[in-house]
Write a protein that binds this ligand. Structure first.
Ligand code: DGJ
Length: 766
């Protein structure tokens, strides 16, 4: 067992990390260490030394005069006894003081009973420490849970509070995790953004004031992902110390990082305290969602890899755990609401001929839904669009030889719908106030049993005919009655999802919320993947997918190749680059395949074949984000079975006559050799404009019909890069690449990248 207790020391060990807690004579729990695994048995060196009280600090008790609660690293905290930092437990009672009562160590996972999803694990890969504390005076019990997921170096945390006072109290906040660190030389990485700009990476120093991330909109949100990291200032992707924290929850949340006057830092992660109150009647309890933490002293990549392996092994569950995801075509950006059954079948046939495996029918197939102002809630097919219903369409798609999937948005209702006409009271709105709309729709009250039953029943009928479901959610919360609403609503949602998941274990389920507005570990306990962002612009996607990769594995990330100019940014990028970026996730296409030129069709066919050949590495390989200059993005995946390396080299802007490019891969095996080959790509001759006339025997005018005609049917081959390379060279020196085009010469080895140009390189391990 990886958890032990001996001579007042709790030790939680995973494969490479240790977490130490000391039980103080006062009964408080002092945090001693979270970091590299420690084999030593003696905690003395790590104990904070408190021989004198300091300045005007509050001393804990007449017996412990030198113990100041504000100057000690604690496992949990409450106010009133001299700890002036943000506290883990907040209630309507002024003062609480939790001290040790008992503990248990068990194999497997002990569920604190939060009604929110928890990771999976058994006695072979998880063990639980539960420490029970109680207030020194009032019969209020606080339980702290630590679950060690040994193999993946992750520890999950949760808290539960029980009110045995005989009268009601109000809970104003209860942290899932408190981590007090002895020094503040850390930086914080947070993943923040907006719709179409999710999970951008921000790095901040911890200075004198508190940093906090508060999400109050009802979903885990694109504003701030619950996943954050602490890193030492010198920590890079490949070297140095980092701690990652995430929350297994999909609603409001809060992360607080507070330095104090003694240079200590407190980190709290919790469901959204700013928008949370919870009545605790006599005998009642409340358990938090689980938080998870990981530590790496080998840089951020290792910490992310721990989270990725944790997600794949302990969060994603059931039939699709470790299964490869199919390449899909989604009709949304191809047709929006304007489709007929014939149009869909035509699209599906085109998709099939290119190697696509799953056809997904998005929004607009049901009830009165001809635009986004109506129809939500009525989950039966619109006969004008689908005369044979979902069943008929599914049959035809299956006959073509593809899987069939469908879009739903069950948490919502349109005012213009049969459901609303029948049950206006099921919508979340307040008497006497005009409701506020988001995308012309209202939220259903998922706290109510009858609403839950309606969703389970109506969506079950849809799921009977499909192999895949995209579950969307397109508005944020408003018009809620009280601050307990958010969490009770979320518990209702989890109940619905649990019921559907157990009824349809084999349906591939993808979560979506206006893109990546709810990309979190809570959703991933029910869904096998998440739509990463509505923004499919290749450049923006390098940022979004890179940010997402800090906390989540590639197999979770839906990533599509779409049309250009891109529908979100109006930027045009080469179709090869759109694929190269999308390939580092679950590949899909979301464009009208009928509008592709013959050249593009052959490019897409080749892309899909390449993706399928490398699918195990691209979906499940170990990902490395390389430390590069701003103008370049480089990702590497390592195939878990073969050790092959697949590299994305992406250039933001072309800089003529600039420094040479090199691939140096620190993860290469120095004792092996590698066969390097670049993915063959095609260049659109229009990239060269009128320059093409320097080599063309006939004059080809820029933008004119002849040029267009050639470009639509024929593409220039990109340079071919092949070599056999020693692993030591690759690791310690690097491969120097051929020069980029700079206007003064061109031959078959010149790399033409341009703005947002990219290549994929495959290093096959020999
Ligand atoms: C928002 C999603 O993110 C899109 O992919 C699409 O499904 C639309 N909703 C449909 O309304």
């Amino acid at each position: 067992m990886s958890i032990s207790f001996d001579k007042s020391l709790f030790r939680i060990d995973t494969r490479s990390t240790s977490y130490w807690i000391s039980l103080l004579p006062t009964g408080h729990l002092e945090h001693l260490h979270y970091g590299h695994i420690l084999r030593s048995q003696d905690p003395e060196a790590l104990c904070d030394k408190h021989s004198i009280g300091q300045g005007n600090s509050v001393c804990y008790s007449p017996q412990s005069k030198s113990l100041c609660m504000n100057n000690i690293c604690l496992e949990t905290s409450a106010s009133g006894k001299g700890d002036f930092r943000a506290c883990a437990v907040r209630t309507s009672l002024g003062t609480l003081d939790f001290v040790y009562q008992s503990h248990t160590i068990s194999e497997g996972i002990v569920d604190p009973g939060s009604h929110t999803p928890i990771p999976e694990g058994d006695k072979n890969d998880a063990s639980t420490l539960k420490i029970v504390l109680a207030d020194k005076v009032l019969p209020i019990v606080l339980e702290l849970y630590y679950i060690a997921f040994t193999e993946v170096d992750v520890i999950a945390r949760a808290s539960r509070i029980v009110n045995n006072t005989g009268s009601s109290i109000t809970l104003k906040g209860l942290a899932s995790l408190q981590l007090d660190l002895f020094d503040s030389s850390w930086q914080v990485i947070s993943l923040d953004g907006a719709w179409a700009r999710e999970r951008e990476v921000h790095v901040q120093d911890i200075k004198a004031a508190t940093l906090s991330w508060n999400v109050r909109c009802g979903t885990s949100s694109a504003f701030h992902n619950p996943c954050i990291f602490l890193k030492r200032p010198d920590c890079s992707q490949s070297h140095g110390e980092a701690i990652g924290i995430n929350l297994v929850y999909s609603g409001n949340h809060q992360q607080i990082i507070e330095p104090n006057e003694f240079g200590k830092v407190r980190l709290l992660t919790a469901l959204g305290n700013d928008s949370f109150t919870w009545p605790l009647g006599p005998g009642q309890s409340f358990a938090t969602p689980m938080a998870v933490m990981t530590y790496s002293d080998k840089g951020l990549n290792q910490a992310s890899d721990n989270f990725a392996r944790f997600t794949n092994r302990h969060i994603i569950r059931g039939y699709w755990r470790y299964r490869q995801r199919p390449v899909l075509l989604n009709n949304w950006e191809a047709t929006y609401f304007d489709f007929s059954q014939d149009k869909l079948i035509k699209l599906a046939n085109q998709a099939k001929s290119l190697g696509i495996e799953l056809f997904v029918l998005d929004d607009g197939w049901f009830g009165r839904r001809t635009d986004d102002t109506k129809g939500l809630g009525d989950w039966t097919a619109n006969p004008r669009k689908l005369p044979q219903g979902i069943e008929g369409l599914a049959q035809q798609i299956h006959q073509i030889g593809m899987m069939f999937g469908i879009w739903v948005e069950p948490e919502m209702v349109s005012q213009n719908s049969e459901l609303y006409e029948k049950h206006p009271d099921w919508a979340v709105q307040l008497e006497g106030r005009d409701p506020s709309f988001g995308r012309s729709q209202l939220l259903l009250d998922l706290r109510r049993d009858e609403v839950q039953a309606y969703i389970i029943d109506s969506i079950s009928k849809v799921l009977e005919n499909v192999d895949y479901m995209k579950w969307d959610m397109n508005r944020l919360f408003s018009d809620y009655p009280d601050e307990g609403f958010f969490h009770s609503w979320m518990i209702g949602l989890y109940k619905v999802l649990g019921a559907l998941r157990s009824r349809f274990p084999k349906v591939l389920m993808e979560a979506c919320s206006s893109g990546g507005n709810r990309f979190d570990l809570g959703m991933l306990c029910f869904f096998d993947q998440v739509w990463t962002s509505d923004d499919t612009d290749a450049l923006q996607r390098t940022r979004i997918q890179e940010g997402t990769s800090y906390g989540y594995s590639q197999v979770c990330m839906g990533s599509h190749v779409s049309a250009c100019p891109n529908h979100q940014s109006l930027r045009s990028t080469d179709i090869e680059t759109r694929f190269n970026v999308a390939a580092f996730g679950n590949l899909g296409y979301e464009l009208d395949l009928g509008l592709l030129t013959p050249l593009q069709r052959s490019q897409v066919k080749a892309q899909i074949a390449y993706y399928k050949e490398h699918r195990p590495a691209l979906q499940y390989g170990r990902l490395y984000r390389m430390d590069t200059e701003e103008n370049r993005r480089m990702w590497v995946v390592e195939d878990p079975a073969s050790g092959d390396l697949l590299v994305l080299d992406f250039q933001v802007h072309v800089r003529p006559n600039s420094t040479g490019d090199m691939l140096r891969l620190y993860m290469a095996d120095e004792n092996a050799s590698y066969q390097l080959s670049s993915r063959p790509q095609k260049l659109d001759i229009r990239l060269f404009g009128s320059l093409i006339n320097r080599v063309s025997p006939i004059k080809i005018e820029d933008g004119k019909a002849l040029q267009r005609n050639i470009a639509e049917n024929w593409g220039m081959d990109t340079e071919t890069t092949t070599a056999i390379i020693g692993g030591d060279v690759l690791k310690h020196a690097g491969v120097k690449l051929d020069p980029q085009f700079t206007g003064t010469g061109y031959d078959s080895r010149t790399r033409v990248l341009g703005d947002c140009g990219s290549r994929l390189y495959w290093f096959r391990k020999l």
